[in-house]
Design a protein around this ligand. Structure first.
Ligand SMILES: Cc1ncc(COP(=O)(O)O)c(C=O)c1O
Length: 411
């Protein structure tokens, strides 16, 4: 029997503008391109796989489901388990953040928090201020609202506050929020100095700005002796302006998708209304398991984080030493005091994108710098390099391959 020809489905018209056109920022995963086991991966932002507390998580999940399954497997509260919110407040206190459990919302990853803040604050085309460079995952979180970005440069002391003042003076449209990574920034590894934190808060209060402080790396400081710099949210007077986003992704494992946001009650309420329409609540079995993990006498989270600091410090040192031994003074890089990343500036005429492409052929992945510029208007000769998930001897091999990639591009 002959079938009548049906009209083609209207895929394109069903989608909102922009939904089917990948941005210039969409990066392919090198593993999916067939680069396998021998690839030295400086491209991702993964914690070291050997740090995942597998046995402790196994115990925590087993006891959560056995002993609390009937309490945590029904639909739960959007804000998250009170016991977890209390533990989060207790962990934030030593870093100077005073918060009550009612000011905390549990998230399915911090990216969700960034997305939800966008949902409750942004109309299409609204203005966001970001650092330049900034975390590209955040830009993906707000893509649907097609915001206008104003970028403020970062130097070795973090965001340049004078430039922020100028940007605010010149802005005619009204800024919805400032998105900031003050501590061991992704992608540059630099931190905002104490002095600039105070100056920044002054500007924020003067302009009555909302700030998102994204802090996944703040606990991984390397330099003993120097007191870690308190988060922006720890400064007196910040509570009404700063939404603080933290995550378990880097201190436990990113695949568990567990994070939190701390903020004024009114904003948390609005965010929870938006979250109800996204996933209703974050996996409660996971929340219960993490509560149990944090109470497990055989697992000490603070010792676990301290071991992470030592591991990542050794990897940072291996990367800095290898770069020093391999590249000449035409190439510059940051000296991160913590976190997972450093930023490299290649000689002016050398394209980071070309080096990243050549690197893949030679068995090393790095990310080209322009991806981290909100308006794709900078970082052309930059690279983001992650040292977190590569042992020192592989770091040395990766840096040697990177040098070859740069030489290939320059030839
Ligand atoms: C600055 C920054 N924010 C957020 C995230 C994502 O965190 P999560 O796994 O909690 O969504 C990352 C991960 O790389 C990050 O670097």
């Amino acid at each position: 029997m002959a079938h009548a020809t049906r009209p083609a489905p209207r895929f394109a018209t069903w989608l909102i503008e922009g939904a089917d056109s990948p941005t210039d920022r969409a990066v392919s995963n090198p593993a999916s391109l067939g680069y396998g086991a021998d690839l030295v991966g400086f491209g991702g932002g993964q914690p070291a796989v050997e740090t995942y507390p597998i046995e402790a998580l196994e115990r925590a999940y087993a006891s959560a489901i056995r002993e609390a399954g009937r309490q945590v497997l029904p639909y739960g509260a959007t804000q998250g388990l009170p016991a977890l919110r209390e533990l989060i407040c207790a962990r934030l206190a030593p870093r100077g953040i005073r918060a009550e459990p009612e000011n905390v919302a549990i998230l399915t990853g911090s990216i969700q928090g960034l997305h939800l803040v966008g949902r409750i604050t942004l109309d299409r085309g609204d203005t966001i201020i970001t650092e330049a460079p900034t975390f590209m995952g955040a830009l993906a979180a707000w893509e649907q609202q097609q915001p206008r970005y104003v970028s403020v440069p970062v130097d070795e002391h973090g965001l340049v506050v004078d430039h922020l003042r100028e940007a605010l003076r010149d802005d005619q449209t009204g800024v919805k929020f400032l998105y900031l990574l003050p501590t061991f920034q992704n992608p540059s590894g630099v931190s905002l100095t104490r002095e600039r934190r105070h100056q920044l808060l002054e500007v924020v209060r003067e302009h009555d700005l909302l700030v998102i402080e994204d802090d996944p790396y703040g606990e991984f400081w390397f330099d003993d002796g120097s007191e870690p710099i308190p988060p922006l949210r720890a400064l007196p007077g910040s509570e009404d302006h700063v939404l603080y986003v933290g995550t378990f992704s880097k201190i436990l494992a990113p695949g568990i998708r567990l994070a939190y946001i701390v903020g004024p009650r009114q904003i948390i309420d609005a965010l929870l209304r938006a979250k109800r329409g996204v996933d209703f609540h974050t996996d409660t079995l996971l929340q219960e398991a993490v509560v149990r993990l944090l109470h497990d006498d055989a697992f000490d989270l603070e010792a676990h984080v301290q071991a992470g600091r030592e591991l990542y410090r050794a990897r940072r040192d291996a990367m800095l030493d290898s770069l020093e031994a391999t590249f000449d003074s035409e190439t510059k890089w940051t000296q991160p005091g913590g976190g997972f990343f450093l930023w490299m500036d290649l000689p002016h005429a050398v394209s980071g994108e070309a080096v990243a492409t050549a690197g893949l052929q030679l068995g090393v992945s790095v990310l080209p710098g322009y991806l981290f510029y909100a308006n794709l208007d900078g970082g052309r000769n930059g690279l983001r390099m992650s040292f977190s998930n590569t042992p020192p001897e592989r770091i040395r091999e990766g840096v040697a391959r990177l040098k070859q990639a740069v030489d290939t591009v320059r030839a």
